[in-house]
Design a protein around this ligand. Structure first.
Ligand SMILES: C[S@@+](CC[C@H](N)C(=O)[O-])C[C@H]1O[C@@H](n2cnc3c(N)ncnc32)[C@H](O)[C@@H]1O
Length: 281
């Protein structure tokens, strides 16, 4: 959960979501929000958003003036914000429940090696580093890796043990298998569609199986945590649970699947994906 002055999902409906990031009201076309869902709050009717993201035929554009600088805090983690051509602003707020889960685990992270794939602007990397884990942060986009590095510095984590890798996630994991590398913690948040730095195609339905079977090969015997989240339409908790079951032989521990939901001001939940959390005993 974010403090309300940092982030709020105000409302959603008619194919849009209305959010406040540090008091900046933004409206974004969001295909996952059904067109027949109605807006409910007065704010939606009366306050014009400062920024609007409109999507047409797959492409999108922002209207309005972006504050500069602009950023928000989640606990001790700082996120610099800016609008991107894909309609994002630099963090996925629905991931905050996973960061909180990691930050609250009754586990000594100090000698643990963590891999964070599709790591974006570093929310999970910072949650792991705050606990004292050493982290390998992998993302395909160079500018996004630089963004994550700046967030880490602004969050006072410059001394954390983080290796920054700009590479295709699947290629990196295959290389780690050859090197015999092992990880105690694996986190992956694959998108539905993406591209590696050399235009390597990532398609969730085509490559997720291969990713999981590869990850199983670098998951250490004494592995402690597995955290996988997905945001692909028509892919639910049950699908994720079954697919993880097929590829990982998890030792005794707790496994839970959860929806990644955001609550708006009226208490309605907007589903933004699913996740699976495993903690070894
Ligand atoms: C859904 S976001 C991840 C969100 C992030 N885990 C968070 O908590 O904020 C997807 C990220 O995957 C990256 N990506 C897309 N295709 C990739 C690939 N083939 N290899 C590595 N990263 C990729 C994108 O650059 C983007 O940063």
């Amino acid at each position: 959960m974010f403090q309300p002055e940092q982030y709020q999902l105000v409302d959603f409906g008619r194919g849009k979501r209305l959010e406040k990031f540090a008091n900046v009201l933004i409206s974004r076309d969001t295909p996952a929000v059904e067109k027949n869902v109605k807006f409910l709050t007065k704010l939606s009717a009366n306050s014009p958003p400062q920024l609007t993201y409109l999507r047409q035929a797959g492409a999108g554009q922002w209207q309005g003036e972006m504050p500069d600088p602009w950023g928000i805090w989640h606990r001790s983690k700082f996120f610099a914000l800016k609008t991107t051509p894909a309609g994002q602003v630099g963090l996925f707020p629905e991931q905050s429940i996973n960061w909180e889960w990691l930050e609250q685990l009754d586990l000594d992270f100090s000698n643990l090696k963590a891999l964070n794939l599709f790591a974006y602007t570093g929310g999970t990397t910072m949650a792991l580093a705050t606990r004292g884990a050493s982290v390998v942060h992998v993302d395909a986009a160079k500018n996004v890796v630089q963004w994550a590095r700046r967030n880490v510095v602004q969050s006072g984590l410059s001394q954390a043990n983080i290796r920054w890798i700009c590479e295709d996630a699947l290629k990196f994991v295959k290389r780690e298998i050859k090197r015999g590398s092992k990880y105690d913690i694996i986190v992956a948040d694959p998108p539905s569609y993406g591209k590696g730095p050399k235009n390597e195609l990532w398609k969730f339905h085509q490559h997720f199986d291969l990713l999981l079977s590869s990850l199983n090969q670098i998951f250490s015997e004494q592995a402690k945590v597995l955290l996988i989240s997905c945001h692909t339409a028509d892919y639910g908790e049950k699908d994720l649970g079954m697919q993880i079951d097929r590829h990982f032989r998890l030792s005794a521990g707790e496994v839970h699947t959860n929806p990644l939901d955001l609550l708006d001001l009226t208490g309605r939940s907007l589903n933004c994906g699913v996740c699976l959390r495993y903690l070894a005993h």
